[in-house]
Design a protein around this ligand. Structure first.
Ligand code: NAD
Length: 302
């Protein structure tokens, strides 16, 4: 089904996701507070929107891909926001990673205007956004999900309804807890091995096929060993996700002790000006404590 789609938020993720919607044959109208981002996607075939309200007035389905909850509230509920322009019966799909409580608040405001809402955060980062192979975790009503599924499938290879509104973001927080804690555990292990005089690459190759092996280990250990911390997924965005996880934990009375420990490491790294490194840079905190960097010993073959 081809459909008029409004896309708001053309950053690292929003740009390739909107390009994939164009490739799938959808008509797109786009908006970002950064005009150059709008120019880029307009050059690929999208129409320009003047504001979030303007995009909403011209679309059947709206997608937002913004940094955090306050940005979503601003773009949807704020002046010249989505709800000033959206038609009753429209569907708003928020694909940002935000607090599930904010998703529920925005969904209630949408419902009061006759607008349906899904929270649909993604996992996979920029490379999978480019390939259209993101994992998309959705919260909302089954009948709204059924209408939106084909559109989401143009951006992801896995699209799963995990529960009512907010469930997509709870699932994403679970994902982010596992990723952050894995990176920290990997950091402890590689620092220990390096300080013991071992080649961390040899250690990585020895363990990656066993029970300690993981997608996180395969993606991040080579980055750390080659001292490449170019983002990928920035430390400051992971800080936001862990903060949202801790807030959800507090509201549900669920202690998250390991998550809160990794959050303290991340806050320290941000104070050191490392918030824009890739989240594999969490390892830097553990390296500083041990006074050693994870890298191949001098003279080892690269
Ligand atoms: P980004 O900062 O690159 O892009 C966000 C875009 O939103 C920017 O272009 C910004 O100008 C725009 N924006 C902000 N406020 C706006 C407003 N009120 N109206 C219109 N536009 C506005 O961020 P990103 O990396 O694309 O991430 C977007 C979301 O996806 C975040 O919630 C992030 O946690 C999540 N995410 C990112 C990755 C990744 O690897 N980058 C992976 C999975 C999920």
């Amino acid at each position: 089904m081809s459909c008029k789609i409004g896309f708001i938020g053309l950053g690292i993720m929003g740009k390739p996701m909107s390009r994939n919607l164009l490739k799938a044959g959808h008509q797109l109208v786009v908006y970002d507070v950064v005009a150059a981002a709008v120019d880029e996607i307009a050059a690929a075939g999208a129409a320009r929107g003047a504001s979030s309200a303007d995009v909403a007035a011209r679309s059947d389905v709206l997608i937002t891909m913004l940094p955090d909850g306050p940005d979503v509230e601003q773009a949807v509920l704020g002046p010249a926001g989505v709800l000033e322009g959206a038609r009753p019966g429209a569907i708003l799909i928020d694909m940002s990673s935000i607090s599930p409580m904010v998703s529920q608040k925005v969904a209630a405001e949408c419902a009061a205007r006759g607008v349906e809402f899904l929270d649909a955060p993604v996992s996979g980062g920029e490379p999978k956004a480019v390939d259209g192979t993101l994992a998309i975790m959705v919260g909302g009503k089954q009948e709204v999900f059924d209408k939106a599924k084909d559109i989401l499938a143009a951006m992801g290879s896995s699209v799963t309804l995990t529960g009512p509104v907010g469930a997509g973001n709870v699932t994403k927080l679970a994902n982010q807890i596992i990723v952050a804690c894995n990176i920290a555990a990997m950091g402890e292990a590689l620092v220990l091995a390096t300080k013991a005089g071992l080649d961390p690459e040899v250690v990585f190759n020895a363990i990656k096929g066993g029970l300690a092996g993981s997608t996180v280990l395969n993606a991040k250990a080579p980055m750390v060993i080659s001292r490449n911390f170019k983002p990928g997924f920035r430390i400051r965005l992971h800080q936001k996700d862990l903060r949202n996880a801790l807030l959800a934990g507090e509201s549900l009375k669920v202690p998250l002790p390991i998550t809160s420990l990794v959050q303290q490491m991340i806050i320290t790294l941000m104070n050191e000006g490392k918030g824009d490194l890739d989240h594999s840079g969490i390892v830097n905190f553990l390296e500083a404590m041990a006074g050693i960097e994870v890298q191949k010993p001098a003279g080892a073959s690269a």
